[in-house]
Design a binder for this molecule. Structure first.
Ligand code: AHR
Length: 336
């Protein structure tokens, strides 16, 4: 019940957001990107500088591809993709951001590798009157410095994991949290949502938390160590699928049965996670919906047309809580 209530709240909010964006005007922009000129229609292309994370894992690949699929020349855009030198290299992002400002792109999309350290860049863009839209990751800077943030609600998504965990472990559990890369907004928001959801329940004992940097290898390595020191581990909250799949491998390597001896819940909803759920290796997968290219296009068009844009545009998702739900999600093409 609690999980369903959360989703209904989200959909209502998205409805309002979409309505505000639905009033968006057409694309603005006045620069010719020097493309092949075959724009297939009237007017110049809107140049979009995408300061991205780059190759990182299944969710990132799906999300960045969704942005590329939405910002096409046919749709009136010249998308300039700038992946970070590595998923934790903020300097390369700051450099790419400055280059986009210098090149006077029409709008900048930013998925930050760090939450802090963006004030100077955002102020530079504001002085140049270049709107900035955050995708997925938030930043610590004032929200006066960017148009909006488009992302699923990490607090709610992680809260759904906590709600499920409380229902699954009515007596509480000894648990461990595998965190994403330190310093990210989504890591803090997911901790906030999960911990708030279990706060009122009895018997919850946090063995610890540690980053596994979003990867399966590190997730396996961390949980191998945790199991050696805490054979009474019952539950792992993995903040993304890859770490959760790694944790399941560690449980198996320890001669235990994932889903029986140790339950694992993850966030993202990639196909490998849905397959692991269907196989019983994972017990709960909360979708962190990566498909918001159209919402980003609407926000860009609204920003360039001077329309009002919600400060936070929430992308809805769903949750998968059984092997049958995992298999059905795969059959219905909900993986990525
Ligand atoms: O910011 C979103 C997170 O980044 C995803 O949950 C994770 O898989 C990715 O690395």
């Amino acid at each position: 019940m609690a999980i369903k209530k959360r989703m209904l709240g989200l959909i209502g909010f998205v409805g309002a957001g979409a309505l505000a964006l639905g009033l968006a005007g057409c694309a603005g922009g006045d620069t010719d990107s020097g493309s092949d000129g075959d724009t297939g229609g009237e007017g110049d292309l809107v140049t979009v500088g995408f300061v991205a994370v780059g190759p990182e894992g299944g969710w990132r690949n799906a999300n960045e591809q969704a942005i590329k699929d939405a910002f096409t020349q046919e749709a009136g855009f010249d998308l300039k993709y700038a992946p970070a030198a590595s998923p934790t290299d903020q300097k390369s992002q700051i450099d790419a951001f400055a280059t986009f400002v210098n090149d006077e792109v029409d709008v900048i999309l930013l998925t930050a590798t760090e939450a802090s350290g963006w004030d100077d860049s955002l102020e530079l863009a504001q002085e140049a009157e270049i709107p900035v839209i955050l995708l997925d990751r938030g930043v610590d800077s004032s929200d006066d410095l960017y148009v909006t943030r488009i992302a699923p609600d990490n607090v709610n998504v992680a809260g759904a994991v906590g709600d499920w965990a409380v229902e699954t472990f009515p007596e509480g559990a000894n648990y461990f949290t595998l965190e994403g890369v330190p310093g990210l907004s989504v890591v803090n928001e997911r901790n906030e949502g999960f911990e708030a959801a279990i706060a009122g329940a009895d018997g919850w004992n946090k063995i610890g938390a540690q980053t596994a940097n979003w990867t399966a290898d590190e997730g396996k390595s961390v949980i191998e160590t945790v199991l050696k020191e805490n054979p009474d581990l019952q539950f792992v909250f993995a903040q993304n699928d890859e770490m959760g799949i790694g944790a399941a491998a560690a449980v198996t390597a320890a001669g235990l049965v994932p889903g029986t001896d140790v339950k694992i819940a993850t966030i993202d909803g990639t196909t490998p996670a849905l397959e692991a759920l269907a196989a019983g290796d994972l017990s709960f997968v909360a979708q962190y919906n990566p498909f918001f290219g159209d919402l980003a296009v609407d926000a860009v068009n609204a920003a360039l047309a001077g329309e009002e844009v919600e400060k936070n545009i929430i992308v809805p998702g769903e949750n998968f809580d059984s092997p049958e739900a995992g298999q059905a999600a795969i059959d219905d093409g909900k993986g990525f």
